[in-house]
Design a protein around this ligand. Structure first.
Ligand SMILES: [Zn+2]
Length: 280
């Protein structure tokens, strides 16, 4: 049986390396942001097993402790999963009640708050108290698409690691560069964007279509509070629900213009300027 974190170790090797080095002196609260929901949870389990497993190169993935972490059967592992509904204050209180007891095993007790944006205000404040009290033997892990959607006081008490953003099917390195330039432009009005769209013959319809459809994808992520790319994070942090819809209309109009044969460079330039307007 391969451990449930095995796949995430291959897609997020940099984070796996960080966690391994952090294990010698684990922060009381670790926040994993970025990546996908599955990757975040898998790496949280990896972290728990890394801290609890007693084999020579932990986590071995084979021993009883690793198996229990993998199957949520460990008495020292608490998983509060916001992906399965709001995390309420009673649940957090139940966990708080056991924090004063020593862990069952020799490793620390690990409390995972998956999709921690699902914490209600009361629950978040109760959790905050736990983070502030010195309670050795307890380690917290918060998981969220991005730190911006969590209570700032939770973030400031956590050691933050940012997972790499997942690659979409259409995404290639050229498209990524264009989206980076777009994000920079709509944020600051600067960067290579206008130079690239202005360069003669630099933008064809396929590229413009790719950029616009990726913006659509980011808008959906931003609208659902689950931004997984840098652009989606920017949109989520700067636009309210109404503005997200307005950008959606801009992108739809731009795609229609492309379809009827408008100049792709002009279409991209126009769409970016409209987005810039909506962000400022
Ligand atoms: Zn093990």
């Amino acid at each position: 049986m391969s451990a449930p974190w095995q796949h995430a170790l291959t897609t997020q090797p940099r984070i796996a390396g960080f966690l391994d080095r952090l294990a010698g002196n684990p922060p009381r609260s670790l926040l994993l942001e970025g990546g996908t929901v599955e990757e975040r949870l898998a790496l949280a389990r990896f972290w728990a097993a890394r801290l609890m497993c007693r084999e020579t190169s932990p986590p071995c993935g084979q021993c009883r402790i690793c198996q229990q972490v993998a199957e949520d059967a460990s008495r020292d592992l608490f998983l509060l999963n916001g992906a399965e509904g709001a995390i309420n204050i009673d649940t957090v209180r139940e966990v708080r009640a056991v924090l004063g007891d020593p862990p069952a095993g020799r490793g620390p007790r690990v409390i995972i708050l998956a999709e921690a944006q699902a914490l209600g205000d009361g629950a978040a404040n109760a959790l905050l108290k736990s983070l502030e009290e010195p309670m050795p033997g307890n380690v917290f892990v918060l998981l969220a698409p991005s730190r911006e959607i969590l209570l700032p006081t939770l973030v400031s008490r956590s050691f933050v690691l940012t997972l790499g953003w997942p690659r979409g099917d259409r995404e290639n390195s050229e498209l990524r560069e264009w989206l980076q330039a777009l994000a920079e432009f709509i944020q600051s009005g600067r960067g290579p964007w206008l130079e690239w769209t202005g360069r003669k013959g630099n933008v064809d319809a396929r590229l413009a279509d790719g950029v616009l459809r990726e913006v659509q994808r980011c808008l959906v992520q931003a609208g659902y509070g689950n931004p997984e790319t840098a652009l989606a994070r920017l949109l989520a942090s700067r636009l309210d629900v109404v503005a997200v819809r307005q950008v959606g209309v801009v992108v739809e109009n731009a795609l229609e213009s492309l379809e009827v044969g408008a100049n792709p460079a002009v279409v991209l330039e126009w769409a970016a300027i409209r987005m810039w307007n909506l962000l400022h």
